[in-house]
Design a protein around this ligand. Structure first.
Ligand code: IPE
Ligand code: IPE
Ligand code: MG
Length: 255
């Protein structure tokens, strides 16, 4: 298998890609910055929201594929703390997507043993959005398959700042000593508290930046960038990213 992987080329067919993937070395946590919906729509002379609608369909396919491959956690960046800057009509549409997605897909997610989880300032979401996502978390809380972690109104700087605040409060209350603060304590105050760090970070649409996503958690993640716009992303692209990941040597500062 490794010999085959070393000959990996980007023009393999879907079937060949499947054969390239080592099912034992599947990244346990994959995080995706789903970008390019607006450009996808613009390229077709459609309003930006048409791109978001199409992007939602891709989420379904990618979740299923990740679950089939045995990925443990799939984190999807759906809305950042900076995305409120967009026109109100677009923000309103984006806030409707979670319930549209869940109204349609929650029964099959339950069926597939997927556990929905949230990361971000959920309190600030519109009531209808909040209700839909909280219901999904509750209805899937006992599931033991793929953890589907939606980053909604998520920003890593806010997350880190908030962790600092919470830790400071514990110091103020005398529950913690400054000298006892360590990485593990900080991690416990992040929105990923009980999750492992992403092994693989994917960003679509050709942008090579993090846009305030999981700044602490991706310290040793492998990055895979593609020019493919999110609505054009499919299962084969995910397999391609995993195949590339499997060729990387993760050294964590060692030799
Ligand atoms: C990603 O697509 C979806 C969200 C950020 C909510 P964009 O809407 O950012 O699409 P582009 O980057 O403008 O093409
Ligand atoms: C990042 O994409 C946020 C999500 C994908 C939800 P953006 O489109 O908001 O990022 P920038 O503005 O290009 O950095
Ligand atoms: Mg974008």
């Amino acid at each position: 298998m490794l010999g085959k992987l070393s000959k990996w080329k980007s023009n393999l067919t879907a079937q060949e890609l499947k054969e390239e993937i080592d099912l034992v070395e599947i990244p346990k946590h994959i995080a995706i910055i789903m970008d390019g919906n607006g450009r996808w729509a613009k390229n077709r002379g459609l309003p930006r929201i048409a791109g978001h609608r199409e992007g939602m369909k891709v989420v379904r396919k990618v979740v299923q594929k990740a679950n089939d491959l045995g990925v443990e956690v799939l984190t999807l960046y759906a809305f950042s703390t900076e995305n409120w800057k967009r026109p109100k009509t677009e923000v309103d549409y984006l806030m409707k997507l979670p319930e549209r997605f869940l109204n349609k897909e929650l029964p099959s997610l339950i069926e597939e043993n997927v556990k929905v989880r949230l990361m971000g300032s959920i309190e600030e979401l519109p009531e209808h959005t909040k209700r839909a996502v909280i219901k999904a978390v509750k209805d899937t809380e006992n599931n033991t398959g793929l953890i589907l972690n939606f980053a909604l109104n998520y920003g890593s700087r806010f997350e880190l700042m908030n962790a600092v605040k919470e830790i400071s409060r514990q110091v103020e209350l005398g529950k913690l000593k400054t000298d006892d603060i360590n990485e593990s304590i900080l991690e416990q105050h992040l929105m990923t508290a009980e999750l492992r760090d992403p092994d693989l970070l994917i960003r679509t649409s050709g942008e090579i930046r993090l846009s305030n996503f999981m700044l602490w958690q991706v310290a040793y993640s492998e990055f895979w960038f593609t020019d493919v716009l999110w609505p054009d992303f499919n299962e084969s692209h995910l397999e391609e990213a995993i195949a590339v990941y499997q060729k990387r040597a993760r050294r964590y500062g060692g030799v």
